[in-house]
Design a protein around this ligand. Structure first.
Ligand SMILES: [Zn+2]
Length: 122
């Protein structure tokens, strides 16, 4: 795989990582504000805050999954395994990597995986 393309993807991935970390920081500031505000409120307000906290946790879970994928992609870049399907070892097309820079499966394996999941649910 062409090193210039990989360098480009690394920049994209690093930028996305920065974005998520910035979001984490601003969310934890919101979180602190909610927690600080709780002291002055009566118990009736706590339920609403609890909902806000749960919602924030859900967002963080989504972001922390993405961060894990991003870190995985970065480590694959550093160990020269980037752009290869984890399952069959085939090259992941550049178009797919541009769309999802931290994709780990080629389209065939991804489709097979989704099909298997659908079958498991049925
Ligand atoms: Zn594959």
């Amino acid at each position: 795989m062409d090193t210039q393309f990989i360098a480009e993807m690394e920049q994209v991935i690093l930028a996305e990582r920065d974005e998520i970390i910035k979001k984490f920081i601003s969310e934890s500031e919101d979180f602190r504000r909610i927690m600080n505000g709780m002291d002055s409120k009566d118990f009736g307000d706590i339920a609403a805050d609890d909902v806000a906290t749960k919602k924030m946790e859900a967002i963080n879970r989504h972001d922390s999954n993405r961060l894990k994928q991003i870190d995985g992609a970065l480590s694959r870049i550093h160990s020269n395994r980037y752009g290869r399907c984890l399952h069959c070892g085939a090259r992941i097309p550049e178009d797919r990597l541009r769309a999802i820079p931290y994709a780990v499966y080629c389209i065939e394996c991804k489709n097979a995986d989704e099909k298997a999941k659908r079958m498991a649910r049925a």
